[in-house]
Design a protein around this ligand. Structure first.
Ligand code: IFM
Length: 487
């Protein structure tokens, strides 16, 4: 623990000892977080009960758990290509075996039933449905997701179906990928295929998962597939993913699908490390949050998210504006049924648009853990945007070790403190309806390969044995009581 991030401060943040110990090794030195309005919040001594009908869920994604990347007609995705390039993914890992869920899906659903979740969010692998991203449908791909959805319904679990969680068919990447406008139309066609195939089921549909991470990390920083390093490509990927979202919402409304639809955005509160950096924080907020929230919920792009100033997406603003054709923003802001929020932590803002670490990090160095940030984020969305139901579709942290372990007290405290902040937000009037933990299973964590374990169920990737962790039992208790008890 560093001097500046004192234990007292962390207790004030609602982080218990186990979590702080797990985080201490990674905490940056020499920064003093600016107190937030909510930093002094003390949890009540009684359990915090959730409203009747509140949905507890767990989430995964196709490429991270399915494995079986070459069976039943699945085509290659950008992630298969990326994994095959030396040095891209830790340990040279690939999507195989994943958690072998394509084979073990039925026993995995049994584990979900045992856990007691009301909803399970998974993603459809587009390359299983259209191996080259357009044209003929691969029926075996449809059949797999039909079995999955029926298996969930049989167990009383509502399906949450994500249409795009980063595994773009490689053929579409070869044709330009998300920087090309055409991909948005191909996405809408694929979405319509899925609405026809599974639209009879009462489900929540999520169009695009974290367009920010896919655009920035995949097209600007080069750390994810497709591995580009062009801010202009990233900015174009932002617009075309959002356009794809809007087109898919329109196709959903035109279909006979029952259920609801929305987009899943990863968002983060930005705290200036001193009041003099308020402008810096606003810039970073533009890049991290408003670039996605404003077009979807307000039908316009912020003017301060893309451009030359440090802290913005450093892309050519005029070129970005030229991508936005008449009618695009009306499409992107077609009314959704909910906004899905994915919350992992907060960010600090320093001098001149610089992102600085201010909260303790987990073993994922980008993750600054700050439970109160969830309250700040949810109340801010409710205050700044038109009323819309909110669902938290990802929230979690990795184990501090890459070994198989079930002793994840740090994760128990992470969930406890974040559930408390979610309940607190409901008390403050936020229309929050659901909380999904990330992740149901240990899985393939993108460029980290199998090194970071995010599951509430441990997976031994050699034997594929599943073992519920302590956090599984904790979550089972929360779900059973519909309440989170103090530590
Ligand atoms: O594993 C990822 C997931 O695919 C998207 N959201 C963040 C998670 C943890 O990094």
């Amino acid at each position: 623990m560093t001097a500046s991030l004192s234990r007292r401060h962390l207790i004030g943040l609602g982080l218990a000892a186990t979590t702080t110990a797990a985080l201490a090794a990674c905490t940056p030195a020499g920064v003093t977080p600016m107190p937030t309005t909510s930093a002094a919040w003390i949890p009540p001594t009684d359990p915090m009960r959730f409203p009747t009908g509140y949905t507890w869920g767990a989430a995964t994604s196709a490429f991270q758990i399915e494995g079986s990347t070459t069976v039943d007609g699945r085509g290659p995705s950008v992630w298969d290509t990326f994994c095959a390039e030396p040095g891209r993914v830790r340990g040279g890992a690939t999507g195989d075996p994943g958690a072998d869920h394509y084979v073990r899906w039925e026993s995995d659903l049994d584990l979900m039933a045992e856990l007691g979740i009301g909803a399970y969010r998974f993603s459809v692998a587009w390359p299983r449905i259209q191996p080259t991203g357009s044209g003929a449908v691969n029926q075996k791909g449809i059949d797999f997701y039909r079995r999955l959805v029926d298996g969930l319904v049989d167990r009383g679990i509502r399906p949450g179906i994500t249409l795009f969680h980063w595994d773009l068919p490689q053929a579409l990447q070869d044709a330009g990928g998300w920087p090309s406008r055409d991909t948005a139309y191909r996405f809408a066609d694929y979405a319509a295929i899925m609405f026809d195939a599974l639209g009879d089921v009462a489900a929540d549909w999520f169009t695009i998962n974290e367009p920010k991470t896919h655009a920035f990390v995949g097209h600007w920083y080069g750390g994810h597939a497709p591995g580009l390093t062009s801010p202009d490509a990233a900015a174009a990927a932002v617009h075309h993913q959002l356009l794809g979202h809007g087109l898919a919402v329109e196709r959903f409304r035109a279909s006979s699908a029952v259920g609801r639809i929305g987009i899943a955005l990863n968002l983060a509160p930005i705290y200036p490390i001193s009041e003099v950096f308020a402008d810096s924080a606003k810039r970073i907020d533009g890049r991290e949050n408003r670039l996605f929230l404003d077009p979807v919920l307000l039908g316009r792009y912020p003017t301060d998210a893309v451009g030359n100033l440090r802290g913005l997406v450093p892309a050519n603003r005029a070129a970005f504006d030229a991508l936005v054709l008449d009618g695009d923003l009306a499409t992107i802001s077609s009314p959704s049924d909910f906004l899905a929020v994915q919350y992992y932590g907060a960010e600090g803002a320093g001098f001149d648009g610089a992102s600085v670490p201010v909260f303790p990090t987990s073993s994922a160095p980008w993750q600054q853990v700050h439970p109160e940030g969830l309250f700040d984020l949810l109340t801010r969305i409710a205050a700044d945007y038109p009323a819309i139901p909110l669902v938290i579709t990802e929230n979690g942290m990795p184990d501090p070790t890459s070994a198989v372990t079930v002793d994840d007290d740090h994760r128990v405290e992470f969930f406890r403190t974040h559930f408390q902040q979610a309940r607190r937000a409901i008390d403050a009037g936020v229309p929050l309806e659901a909380h999904y933990v990330w992740s149901m299973l240990d899985n393939f964590e993108w460029a980290e390969g199998y090194e970071q374990r995010w599951g509430i169920v441990a997976v031994d990737f050699d034997t594929q044995e599943r073992t519920p962790k302590k956090s599984f039992a904790f979550y089972q208790g929360v779900i059973g009581d519909n309440a989170v008890a103090p530590a």
